[in-house]
Design a protein around this ligand. Structure first.
Ligand SMILES: [Zn+2]
Ligand SMILES: [Zn+2]
Length: 191
């Protein structure tokens, strides 16, 4: 029983490593950018193509749990660990950072605040190259991330230049083109 619980916890912890590497090398690589790109661009729909990654991990978790229930140890524990990580990701990434569902809480200090800032730094770069902070639950300090961004020279503001989108509001945030979004643009999602 204790061993099974520990396997679940270890899986959750290991998933942060798996997710970081997947995000860094698959989603931001030539193979996976096709799906992930939608998450780095301003969209006006409820769903993004990037959500397909969540579908893949959900199916994988369900399959592991099913095989585990059929008697293959410790697949059920691995599947549950994967599911717990998915729930944490959904709360932190989709709720706390991107406000994709009505989570009103905005952390003002400590670990959760750093978590939100670190992921916003991930979105501070336009395009797939030169990004920082690929993890979701592990957040490096903001000054460290800023220094890395400066070294990369890939801050959105620095690259904007002549290629700037013409569809920006007074604050410089991207808005929907008039022919697509109508009169009111969707609120900026802090990317
Ligand atoms: Zn990304
Ligand atoms: Zn994000």
């Amino acid at each position: 029983m204790l061993v099974n619980g520990l396997i679940v916890l270890a899986t959750v912890a290991a998933m942060e490593g798996v997710a970081t590497l997947t995000h860094r090398y698959v989603m931001h690589g030539p193979l996976g950018w096709g799906w992930h790109r939608s998450h780095h661009e301003e969209g006006d729909g409820l769903l993004e193509r990037n959500d397909l990654y969540a579908v893949v991990f959900t199916v994988l978790s369900g399959a592991l749990i099913a095989f585990g229930m059929a008697g293959v140890w410790p697949l059920r524990q691995l599947g549950i660990g994967l599911m717990v990580y998915g729930i944490l990701y959904f709360v932190v990434h989709d709720g706390l950072v991107h406000h994709r569902w009505p989570l009103r809480y905005v952390p003002r200090r400590g670990y959760l605040k750093r978590l939100v800032q670190a992921h916003k730094m991930h979105h501070a770069v336009e395009g797939r190259d030169g990004c920082v902070s690929f993890g979701f639950l592990y957040a490096p300090s903001v000054p460290a991330l800023k220094a890395r961004l400066q070294r990369n020279g890939t801050l959105a503001g620095e690259r904007r230049g002549a290629a700037a989108s013409p569809f920006r509001d007074a604050a410089g945030a991207p808005t929907a083109p008039p022919d697509r979004g109508g009169a009111t643009a969707p609120p900026a999602r802090g990317r």
